[in-house]
Design a protein around this ligand. Structure first.
Ligand SMILES: C[S@@+](CC[C@H](N)C(=O)[O-])C[C@H]1O[C@@H](n2cnc3c(N)ncnc32)[C@H](O)[C@@H]1O
Length: 486
């Protein structure tokens, strides 16, 4: 039987605190007779705040609770997208908290149906979209002229590429589109931060987004006043709103650096790729003691960075390898190449019980021969992709390889690794990691390869005054506070 937590995660069923439900309903309802839609009403806590409401909920027990909590409401039990495609109903306003189901779980017929209904209204989401974005696009399309909507949204709206088609759709269909960033957790039990989306004047359009940030959820009668973010500014920031959390001084300085000839993007200096995937890490990574028991020849073993924890700061050299060896860490990759004859000890190891288990693993089963790990490279440097304080870049002086748990960095355009290492220490590079990467929850910062390629690096000749450096340090700590890094 599936546990309550699994079902809750599958349906994205996290119910909203009362101060948020009452406030969002207050923001969108203008008259007692306004007809309000909650497209994923759960136990009806948004519906209970107004007399004339309609809810949709796919989970029967949620729908039963909704009817108990809001007896005046009409509740449709079923999939929102199927209902939305057929209904002719149009609403004065909508409010709620759509399910946040990540793309890995938002799949099959449900997703296909959702994306098809979205494309009918002119919004094309990629396969990486989480469920909440299609929910909001389709909800907007069910509003009457001049309609409003207010929703709890994941803070990912501030950086996720899949949020861009939604925001564009909203700007093309409302006279006002507003995002309120909230620093404190609205859902204390979830690692995910949430922000608020408010849109007004369905049928119009706007070429700006109003953005405001608050430490706590604002229980005001109307949405807080927002700062204007024009289309041009939004585009300059790669269609991300997170940079708007910075003061205008920091933003201006950063943009000046981006446009100056004293800084370059990471992609002009190096290629960022992922390391190899073995399919069975425990089998392919041997400890020195295991390699010696099996008598594996050293030509078949390559030192490797197995995970981000083993990455040293700044330089990976002979001392690092000695340290790993003294701790008997599993840092030796069994590196075999196709066509080579296998030494007898290697054959013994491949045919051992762990080898028989490893060859049944999914990745191994699907490659020929199963024991040749593909894409083993020796990069110039390594970059951590999940970090606490700041991403770590280490020069590879020991000719190691790496698994896909760190980024492999290969220098291009004549750049030297030692130069990259030096400019990486500059606070501008740290601020840039905060802006180009994204928060992962639990205070962590994540850098996808595409995000790493966008990082702005100062050229060695860049010299900034103390006031600019102070601004940059302020920017770094602002972004760290917003991602809850203590
Ligand atoms: C985040 S909860 C919000 C519930 C309620 N609106 C609240 O804020 O307390 C999302 C709800 O969406 C429902 N849901 C998930 N997928 C759905 C779908 N395809 N159609 C209708 N409801 C769905 C879940 O069962 C869950 O109750």
């Amino acid at each position: 039987m599936a546990s309550v937590v699994t079902i809750q995660k599958k349906l994205g069923a996290y119910y909203t605190p009362e101060e948020v439900t009452t406030t969002l309903v207050r923001w969108v309802v203008r008259n007692e007779t306004d007809w309000l839609l909650d497209p994923a009403c759960g136990d009806g806590r948004f519906l209970a705040n107004h007399q004339n409401t309609f809810g949709v909920e796919c989970d029967c027990s949620g729908a039963v609770s909704a009817v108990e909590r809001a007896p005046h409401a009409t509740v449709y039990v079923g999939d929102f997208f199927t209902w939305a495609e057929e209904t002719t109903a149009r609403f004065d306003c909508a409010a709620g908290n759509p399910p946040f189901i990540r793309y890995q779980h938002f799949r099959g017929d449900l997703r296909e149906n959702a994306l098809r209904v979205c494309s009918k209204i002119g919004v094309r989401f990629s396969g990486l979209a989480s469920s909440w974005a299609p929910f909001l696009a389709v909800t907007a399309s069910l509003l009457k002229s001049a309609g409003r909507m207010a929703f709890v949204v994941p803070a990912e709206i501030g950086h996720a590429p899949y949020a861009v088609p939604l925001i564009k759709y909203l700007k093309n269909h409302f006279t006002r589109v507003q995002i309120v960033a909230i620093r404190d957790k609205v859902f204390p039990d979830l690692s995910e931060d949430v922000w608020i989306l408010f849109a007004d004047g369905f049928g119009g359009r706007t070429n700006e987004i109003l953005f405001s940030e608050r430490q706590r959820f604002p229980t005001s009668a109307v949405p807080p006043r927002g700062r204007r973010v024009t289309d041009g500014e939004w585009t300059r920031w790669n269609c991300r709103l997170r940079p708007m959390l910075l003061s205008s001084g920091v933003r201006q300085l950063y943009q000046a650096m981006v446009e100056s000839n004293e800084a370059v993007r990471f992609r002009a200096v190096a290629r960022v790729g992922i390391g190899y995937v073995t399919g069975s890490n425990d089998f392919f990574h041997l400890r020195p003691s295991e390699a010696s028991i099996w008598e594996i020849p050293s030509k078949c073993l390559l030192p490797t960075v197995r995970n981000a924890r083993s990455l040293p700061p700044i330089v990976l050299d002979g001392k690092t390898i000695q340290h790993w060896r003294s701790r008997n860490e599993p840092y030796l990759l069994l590196r075999l190449t196709r066509g080579d004859s296998l030494p007898a000890p290697v054959r013994d190891y491949l045919d051992s019980p762990p080898g028989i288990e490893a060859r049944a693993a999914y990745k191994c089963r699907h490659r020929r021969p199963w024991y040749v790990v593909p894409d083993v490279r020796i990069p110039h440097a390594f970059l951590s992709y999940m970090s606490g304080k700041t991403p770590q870049l280490a020069e590879n002086k020991a000719r190691c390889s790496c698994t896909n748990s760190v980024h492999a960095v290969e220098m291009i355009n004549g750049w030297r690794t030692s130069t990259l290492r030096k400019v990486w220490q500059h606070p501008l590079a740290h601020l840039s990691c905060e802006l180009e990467g994204h928060p992962l929850g639990g205070g962590m910062l994540k850098l996808e390869p595409g995000e790493a390629a966008n990082i702005v690096l100062p050229l060695p000749r860049l010299s900034l005054g103390q006031s600019d450096l102070n601004l940059i340090h302020d920017g770094i700590s602002t972004m760290q506070v917003w991602r809850h890094y203590e």
